[in-house]
Design a protein around this ligand. Structure first.
Ligand SMILES: Nc1ncnc2c1ncn2[C@@H]1O[C@H](COP(=O)(O)OP(=O)(O)OP(=O)(O)O)[C@@H](O)[C@H]1O
Length: 475
């Protein structure tokens, strides 16, 4: 960009500042950059999609008229979102970790507060042909709680590994429902793993892997593509459920095998466990299941509160006057139960509303603004047959085993779990549950319920199994 364009841009910003006022300017335009001036169009960029849509919806005309005051020939403003790499530099944009209570008490805690060294990481990752990385998705901004402790620890271990270290679990396979932090964790591994400069960590979405491979095949550079992939230390693949096509899958399988056999680490995320990736062939599924498979559970209330606090802290880095009182945070954490994306959306709305109307955030305002993000609490009606079917599948027994009088351990425990779920997820009485489980006495059901209640408090594996079953039944 020429000096005269820069000067003109400074004058346009000055005009904008005086038309909208200092506050609005700082909130919405301070991070807007001039990319290029071409004929009658000016190309500007902002770091987030949210800023882009807000400016387009509310200030497009004003931005244009400020430009026209400087350059009457301008007829069009193009606004785009800067790629993650370009906006990664400023230290003030480093994610802010929040103070929270300890995970041992079931609470969420910030993972660590190391500020990532982003620019060189982004540049070298870019050179490797990786998918875009979001500078906000780091370990520092990832909130750890009961739902994701294991996944976080495994991811941290991968990120902290050094070239030549023995690989502990390969591949590391993380699965979770929508918006529960898979991409966040995978990108955190990529940022942190690349930070030392010693290893090459490549983050690719399955789609990018697919198109990269297809493009390489077309341009007859497939061999180079494969070699490039095999030359990296850690391959991180996101959204594996989208991997389609026989030849891409075969290639993925070869790459996976080649990397694992060469002692390189592979990290994968998908929205389901390997066994449920129906479009993949058996070889790939079994290779995926052969490492460490970790599920991230739905976000508990403490974790949701931790994420909200972290988002508010991050927003305050740019909007110092923005404050969300504790009761509002508690309300949001209690009512927005679905996923991390909705939590982020809620904070963005409160920020926008309070900035635009110049009003403090109150409980009333929050209730109004996030109404559509609050899901009705009405529980889905669950049938005892569904419970029996899902439990039988989980423990690899038949439904008739659950109803039978067999007392071998591999049947007794699933039967008790199923009775426990029948009591906690339906309104059926103990005698009725007994009848539906092969005509058992209500005291047998009571014994099973108490037994599992006591065990889930002590045995985390069983607790996770029970939680996963509940989710399957409630989804
Ligand atoms: N533990 C967490 N700590 C901080 N932020 C989180 C956490 N979990 C989720 N989030 C936030 O929630 C939003 C959605 O998370 P993310 O994109 O990682 O989900 P995902 O599991 O990859 O979803 P999808 O299946 O749709 O790809 C992001 O803004 C992310 O930063």
């Amino acid at each position: 960009m020429t000096n005269s364009e820069q000067e003109r841009w400074s004058r346009v910003k000055g005009r904008l500042r005086s038309t909208v006022g200092e506050d609005v300017y700082t909130s919405w335009f301070a991070r807007m950059d001039l990319e290029a001036v071409q004929d009658e169009s000016v190309h500007l960029s902002v770091p987030t999609r949210f800023l882009k849509s807000w400016i387009q919806a509310h200030y497009a005309e004003r931005v244009l008229s400020c430009w026209q005051a400087e350059m009457p020939e301008v007829h069009r403003i193009d606004l785009s979102v800067r790629t993650a790499m370009r906006c990664a530099t400023p230290a003030k944009e480093a994610p802010v970790a929040v103070e929270a209570r300890r995970a041992e008490r079931g609470d969420a805690k910030p993972a660590d507060t190391r500020a990532p060294v982003m620019t060189p990481v982004a540049a070298s990752h870019d050179a490797l042909g990786g998918s875009p990385l979001d500078p906000r998705l780091t370990f520092a901004s990832f909130v750890v709680g009961r739902a994701n402790t294991l996944a976080h620890a495994a991811a941290r271990q991968v990120a902290d590994g050094r070239r030549g270290d023995p690989v502990m679990f390969n591949p590391l396979y993380i699965h979770a429902g929508v918006g529960l932090g898979k991409t966040h964790l995978l990108q955190a591994v990529t940022w942190a793993g690349n930070a030392g400069g010693e290893r090459k960590v490549l983050y690719l979405t399955a789609e990018k892997f697919m198109y990269g491979f297809v493009a390489a095949l077309k341009s007859q550079t497939a061999l180079a593509f494969k070699e490039a992939l095999r030359g990296i230390d850690v391959l991180v693949i996101d959204d594996l459920q989208f991997l389609q096509g026989k030849s891409t899958q075969a290639e993925f399988c070869h790459t996976l095998n080649a990397l694992i056999d060469a002692g390189r680490q592979v990290v994968i995320a998908a929205d389901r466990p390997p066994s449920d990736l129906e479009s993949l062939d058996d070889r790939v599924r079994s290779r995926l299941a052969g490492g460490l498979v970790v599920e991230m559970a739905t976000l508990g209330e403490d974790l949701r509160l931790g994420i909200l606090k972290s988002r508010v802290a991050a927003a305050r880095a740019h909007h110092a006057s923005f404050d969300v009182p504790e009761p509002v945070l508690d309300y949001l954490a209690r009512s927005i139960t679905h996923n991390g994306r909705d939590l982020e959306g809620a904070i963005n709305r409160l920020l926008a509303h309070s900035k635009l109307n110049n009003q403090p955030v109150t409980l009333d305002m929050a209730e109004r603004e996030v109404r559509d993000l609050v899901r009705p609490q009405e529980p889905k009606r669950i049938k005892i047959e569904d419970i029996q079917r899902v439990v039988a599948r989980q423990y690899n027994v038949s439904r008739s085993d659950l109803l039978s009088s067999r007392r071998t351990a591999n049947v007794v425990r699933p039967r008790q779990v199923a009775m426990y779920l029948a009591k906690t997820l339906t309104l059926r009485s103990l005698p009725e549950i007994g009848r539906r489980f092969g005509g058992r006495d209500h005291t047998t059901v009571l014994h099973a319920v108490r037994k599992i209640e006591a065990l889930v408090g002590k045995d985390t594996t069983l607790n996770d199994e029970v939680e996963a079953l509940k989710r399957q039944l409630q989804d």
